[in-house]
Design a binder for this molecule. Structure first.
Ligand SMILES: [Zn+2]
Length: 242
């Protein structure tokens, strides 16, 4: 990848004058302070050294972003979250287009088992599917193609990224919570010990659509102020309405 060059001082001054010197990314662990010049459309996507394309970011966020783009500045990113047993694919299906990409843990496990998935997948298979999920996500999140990407997942966290949901909100992904209710999930037959553990963890997060929506609205207002989204929501990158 072409390495970033130094942004001319005059452009940096204008960036700070127009957009401020606070970190624009607000990823988990953000120090808030603009320490570096961050390209909205990355250098690797031929993003330019212009006042429009640069915002200030803290060192932590600039590194943690790993070239992932704000949703709509490459792929349109959608997340569907729900406990084990929730029909995540069913929630995404009505919105899928011909070239949509769906990253699903369950589908990856199925693809790895041509003879059919055991009711209780081996831990090694779960781990392999988890790694494949993460690799697919990281690669797609920094792509330039304007495709629709659907991320189907149970827990919005991983060992290395404990606050994935906050990262997705910062990058303005659409987030849909599919919760059929704890009673339905726990009464289902065939929930193995692992799935049960994950279901308990999922419900301990108390995720609600209303809670996520209010965080997304606050983030949207910041992005409008930063000139990265239009205040007129209908003019925005097309978003799914639920
Ligand atoms: Zn930051």
């Amino acid at each position: 990848m072409a390495r970033r060059q130094t942004v001319p001082a005059a452009i940096r001054r204008e960036v700070i004058g127009r957009w401020g010197n606070d970190c624009w990314l607000h990823l988990p662990g953000c120090t808030g302070k603009g320490e570096e010049d961050d390209h909205i459309v990355p250098w690797s996507h031929r993003g330019r050294d212009s006042v429009d394309n640069i915002r200030r970011a803290c060192k932590h966020c600039n590194a943690a972003r790993q070239d992932r783009v704000l949703s709509g500045y490459g792929p349109n990113m959608h997340v569907v979250l729900g406990p084990p047993g929730a029909d995540l694919m069913g929630a995404a299906e009505p919105y899928l287009q011909r070239d949509s990409i769906v990253v699903s843990h369950m589908q990856i496990m199925e693809a790895l088992c041509p003879e059919g998935l055991y009711p209780t997948p081996a831990p090694a298979l779960r781990a392999a599917a988890g790694s494949a999920w993460d690799a697919a996500y990281r690669r797609l999140a920094k792509s330039r193609a304007p495709v629709d990407v659907w991320l189907l997942r149970t827990l919005p966290m991983s060992r290395t990224h404990p606050r994935l949901l906050d990262e997705w909100i910062a990058l303005d992904y659409s987030v849909t919570i599919v919760d059929p209710g704890a009673a339905y999930i726990f009464d289902r037959a065939g929930l193995d010990a692992d799935a049960l553990k994950v279901a308990r963890q999922w419900y301990s997060l108390h995720l609600t659509q209303a809670g996520v929506n209010s965080k997304l609205a606050a983030r949207h207002a910041e992005l409008v102020r930063l000139g990265l989204r239009s205040a007129d929501t209908t003019a925005n990158v097309e978003r799914v309405r639920w």
